[in-house]
Design a protein around this ligand. Structure first.
Ligand code: ZN
Length: 133
């Protein structure tokens, strides 16, 4: 059985469009200079509604990590590492980190975005250890 697939909404559609092209984008609010995630109708910093998506270089540092041993549903291969990642260019997001051995993902690990095609419509941003090339 396959895993659940995200369903794009008007708010998240541009994020999924970019991921399909191999680009990571995050919501950015020019009113208060805040990058945030997940996309919300109003900026969590100042409640402005005219935020926009901006590109991210997709490099960052693991802020927090947990290893999931019990699948949250059918179609997930366990164990896997789920981490909060501080992006170098601003913003924080929750993502899988594929390091081969899930237990090797530690706080402070340098990571970069990588993409996994799930369906024709959905490509998931993943993170992998960054060799610093
Ligand atoms: Zn704002």
């Amino acid at each position: 059985m396959s895993r659940p697939v995200p369903v794009p909404t008007p708010l998240s559609g541009p994020f999924w469009d970019a991921a399909r092209r191999g680009d990571l984008v995050v919501p950015y609010c020019p009113s208060c200079d805040l990058r945030f995630f997940v996309p919300e109708p109003a900026c969590p910093g100042c409640l402005a509604s005219d935020w926009r998506y901006v590109p991210s270089a997709g490099r960052g540092t693991v802020y927090s990590v947990t290893v999931v041993h019990r699948a949250p549903g059918p179609g997930f291969d366990t164990p896997f590492a789920l981490a909060v990642i501080d992006l170098d260019d601003g913003g924080t997001l929750l993502s899988h980190v594929d390091a081969g051995d899930a237990g090797s993902v530690a706080i402070g690990l340098r990571v970069r975005v990588d993409f996994r095609v799930l369906t024709d419509e959905i490509t998931l941003p993943y993170f992998v250890p960054d060799a610093g090339d």
